[in-house]
Design a protein around this ligand. Sequence first.
Ligand code: HEC
Length: 117
Amino acid sequence: MKTKNLLYILSFSVLLFACSSSSSDDLSNPDPDPIEKVTYKDNVKAIIDSNCLNCHGNPTNGPSNSLNTYDLVKNDVDKIIDRINRTGAGKMPPSGNLSNSAKALIQQWKDDGLLEE
Ligand code: HEC
C-alpha cells in the first residue's frame, strides 16, 4: 500500500514537472521568431559590408554614394531597397543578387523603424 502511494506521488510529480517546464519555456520565449527587432548593428551592417562596400566604401570605387555608416545607409534606404530588388538594369550588387533572406532583413529593418542598435 505504501509503495503504491509512493508511486502515485512520484508519477504525479513527474507530470507536474513536465507541464511546468514546458510552460516556462513558452513564457521565456513567447515569439518563435529568433529576431525580434532588426537593427543596423546586428543585422544590416554585415550584409552591406560584405556585398556593397568594395564599391560603396569611403572613398567609393565608382558610385557616388558611400554606404559605410549607419547614417548613410539609413538615408539611402529607399534607393537601396529599390536596387536590391531589381533584376535588370541598375540592380545592386551589379553581379548576382542578395539572398531573399538578406533582402527581407533590409525591408524588415525599414519596417521596424531603422534602428541603429
Ligand atoms: C561592383 C561595384 C558595386 C557593388 C558591389 C555595389 N554597387 Fe551600388 N552602385 C555601383 C555603381 C557603379 C553605381 C552607380 C551607377 C548606378 O546608379 O547604377 C551604384 C549605385 C547604387 C545606388 C544608387 C545611388 C543613387 O544615389 O542613385 C544604390 C542605392 C546602390 N548602388 C546600392 C548598393 C547596395 C545596397 C549594394 C550592396 C547590396 C551595392 N550597391 C553594391 C556599384 C556597386
